[in-house]
Design a protein around this ligand. Structure first.
Ligand SMILES: *[C@@H]1O[C@H](CO)[C@@H](O)[C@H](O)[C@H]1NC(C)=O
Ligand SMILES: *[C@@H]1O[C@H](CO)[C@@H](O)[C@H](O)[C@H]1NC(C)=O
Ligand SMILES: *[C@@H]1O[C@H](CO)[C@@H](O)[C@H](O)[C@H]1NC(C)=O
Ligand SMILES: *[C@@H]1O[C@H](CO)[C@@H](O)[C@H](O)[C@H]1NC(C)=O
Ligand SMILES: *[C@@H]1O[C@H](CO)[C@@H](O)[C@H](O)[C@H]1NC(C)=O
Ligand SMILES: *[C@@H]1O[C@H](CO)[C@@H](O)[C@H](O)[C@H]1NC(C)=O
Ligand SMILES: *[C@@H]1O[C@H](CO)[C@@H](O)[C@H](O)[C@H]1NC(C)=O
Length: 599
């Protein structure tokens, strides 16, 4: 684990902050020519350009604070006032905790004192669950996100219900499964009786418009909207810049890198917003997405190219010809996952250079997150801001002989989720949580944080119940509380028939232990076949509708999903297959229903 001091020494942003006006510490670090310090130089370039661009930034130059009170926010002990306040608070709680409901009352009071929270969502692209130092990745450097995890909760089994950008984003905006929002084709929606349906979610029912219209938030979006259809600007946004599909682009006289542009746009929103209102900002990075159609795929900034140059990226154990041959026989050379594998991973040299560039782009995003959080910290509002880092889908890095996403394997469906919430109970700070949190939960979580009820059409639940002691999962009084009402009016399903209640999609007092996964066919079944699954922590059932092909994996004992148990004669596997097939159909039917249901 990193301690606060090592976070400081690792953080490129922190060092960039030290560079001006007092050069002491910075030059000392620079002279060691260590890895992060060179990154700091790159960052300095980035910040300098941003400073020049940001005509709106005041002379006070929010980048130049020299004495951060903590890395991302108030690291305990760093700030005396903070400490005193906490001692008082702790004393008050100890007195109150003799009675749960009174303690809950106190938390509630505290929230009311606080006033409405700001919400910042860092929504990266194609970023799989283990592209994080905090998740144990031995190569990639993500010091800011690692520190964020230390000050919040990292959800280790967070998944998407569909692994592709535009569908996952439609889910983020609507809180619904693809089965309900129907946005199955980039830019076009689905085709019904020959008619293009475009984006079918009512424009006044996206999280953007709900926050803007019903909660009076100032709402910004900087980066990839990812739908390729317009959302009504007035209804949804106070600030909206949509950037998608490029890594370098000349605008005016400047050649922009996408991450630099995303950062500048986010800063522009933060500095020009109506400060009398709370804000919601989605910083929707295009990184680490490849440029489709450019054989180089990943184009990090020149300043980052030195990073990882002497590292050797480990090759995943399932990145073998044998694993590829074990894919169902309808996975041929035309499969888009295989085509992109040839672009990225079909020689050891390519594998190394592609992964290094991918990691460079990830580190650039990490740095950008640091820059933006520093702006909030310097403004004194980070302590009243809900911070979420997550992404739209995972990625195969040559596992099963594949690249990219779409399919129900772990590499594709698991994505990072880190939440730092001012309401978080102390005991959860710096912990990990291995519940199945899903992208359908983001809408409910964000709306609840703004004091809004999720709409009856939304299918996820407020994740804050997982880290607020006196709410939801952790307190008997939870469901009656204003701030944990996220399931009000919506129904939970009965548990699955196998497992005696162990498998369920969530109950009033328990988090879900299984979920339905879905992905539509793209173009034709040999290009990207449709796939569906019932995902649990012990077993996963796959269904490939175009081929009516089923698979069963014991993912506890076979985490690489190599040994398909569909034809197993073991009675345990046979019973498991039967039960999971049945449950899969139940959940699929419910996902496709119009019931007000929590999945
Ligand atoms: C599509 O056409 C069929 C047959 O005419 C009809 O039953 C169905 O309701 C139509 N669907 C929609 C969404 O209009
Ligand atoms: C969105 O607009 C429709 C049509 O005016 C209305 O029926 C619906 O209640 C609105 N939704 C919300 C959440 O206000
Ligand atoms: C929204 O917030 C602004 C700024 O605080 C305030 O002037 C306005 O009255 C608010 N509108 C509503 C409907 O609450
Ligand atoms: C990056 O470096 C290459 C090679 O030196 C150069 O051609 C290119 O213009 C540089 N790109 C930027 C954005 O500075
Ligand atoms: C990589 O190795 C070369 C040759 O030893 C060295 O010059 C360079 O500084 C190293 N790069 C990093 C980032 O350590
Ligand atoms: C956040 O910190 C600022 C000073 O840095 C303080 O004035 C404010 O009361 C704090 N807010 C909360 C909600 O703790
Ligand atoms: C299971 O058996 C079916 C029918 O014989 C066959 O099509 C399928 O490929 C087999 N699956 C595996 C994983 O061996």
């Amino acid at each position: 684990m990193l301690n606060a001091k090592s976070i400081y020494s690792l953080s490129p942003t922190f060092m960039a902050l030290q560079l001006s006006p007092k050069r002491g510490l910075a030059s000392k670090i620079m002279s060691t020519a260590s890895l992060p310090s060179k990154l700091a130089l790159g960052l300095l370039v980035l910040s300098a350009i941003l400073m020049a661009m940001l005509y709106t930034i005041h002379k006070s130059a929010s980048f130049q604070t020299n004495v951060p009170s903590g890395w991302i926010m108030d690291t305990p002990g760093a700030n005396e006032a903070w400490k005193r306040k906490n001692e008082r608070e702790q004393h008050r709680r100890e007195m109150l905790e003799t009675e749960q409901s009174t303690a809950a009352e106190a938390d509630l009071e505290e929230e009311e004192e606080r006033g409405p929270m700001n919400i910042i969502l860092f929504y990266a692209d194609d970023w799989r669950h283990d592209t994080l130092g905090a998740a144990g990745n031995p190569i990639v450097k993500t010091p800011v996100l690692d520190a964020l995890a230390q000050e919040g909760v990292r959800f280790t089994q967070n998944c998407v219900t569909t692994s592709i950008c535009w569908i996952s984003r439609a889910t983020l905006y609507s809180g619904q499964y693809l089965a309900r929002h129907h946005f199955e084709m980039l830019g076009r929606g689905r085709t019904v009786n020959g008619t293009q349906m475009y984006f079918e979610v009512p424009q006044n029912e996206t999280i953007y418009s709900l926050l803007k219209q019903k909660a009076n938030y100032s709402v910004g979006h900087a980066g990839k909207l990812g739908l390729w259809v317009e959302l009504d600007r007035d209804l949804n946004f106070d600030f909206m810049v949509d950037e998608d599909g490029w890594h370098y682009r000349k605008m005016g006289n400047k050649l922009w890198h996408i991450t630099e542009k995303n950062t500048a746009d986010a800063l522009r929103f933060l500095t020009t917003r109506d400060k009398s209102k709370p804000f919601f900002l989605n910083v929707a990075y295009f990184a680490t997405h490849a440029v489709d159609g450019d054989k180089r795929q990943y184009l990090p900034q020149n300043e980052s190219l030195w990073m990882y140059e002497n590292d050797t990226i480990p090759i995943p154990v399932t990145a073998t010809e044998e694993a590829w041959k074990k894919m169902p026989n309808f996975f041929g050379d035309n499969n888009e996952g295989r085509t992109r594998w040839r672009w990225r991973f079909d020689t050891p040299e390519k594998h190394q250079s592609m992964m290094k560039n991918y990691y460079r782009m990830a580190t650039e995003v990490d740095t950008s997150v640091g820059v933006l959080l520093d702006v909030l910290r310097n403004e004194g509002i980070l302590n009243n801001t809900l911070v979420i880092f997550t992404t739209d889908n995972g990625n195969f890095h040559a596992e099963h002989g594949l690249a990219d996403k779409w399919y129900p394997h772990q590499e594709s469906i698991r994505v990072p989720l880190i939440i730092k919430d001012p309401r978080m109970s102390r005991e959860f700070i710096g912990t990990t949580n291995d519940q199945f949190t899903l992208n359908i939960d983001l809408a409910a979580t964000i709306l609840s944080a703004a004091g809004l009820e999720p709409l009856p059409s939304m299918m996820g639940r407020d994740m804050s119940v997982l880290y607020r002691k006196n709410f939801g999962m952790h307190g008997a009084t939870a469901q009656s509380r204003r701030t944990s009402h996220s399931t009000a009016g919506r129904q939970f399903l009965d548990p699955a028939s196998d497992g005696e209640g162990k498998y369920h999609s969530g109950t009033e007092t328990k988090w879900r232990t299984e979920f339905f996964y879905e992905h539509p066919m793209h173009s034709n079944p040999s290009y990207i076949p449709a796939s569906e699954a019932l995902v649990r922590k012990d077993y996963k059932y796959f269904y490939w509708p175009n081929f009516k092909y089923e698979q069963l994996f014991d993912i506890k004992n076979d985490p690489g999903e190599l040994n398909d148990l569909f034809n197993s004669t073991n009675p345990v596997h046979k019973a498991k297959l039967e039960d999971m097939r049945k449950r899969f159909l139940e959940l699929k039917m419910l996902a496709h229903s119009d019931l007000s249901i929590v999945l």
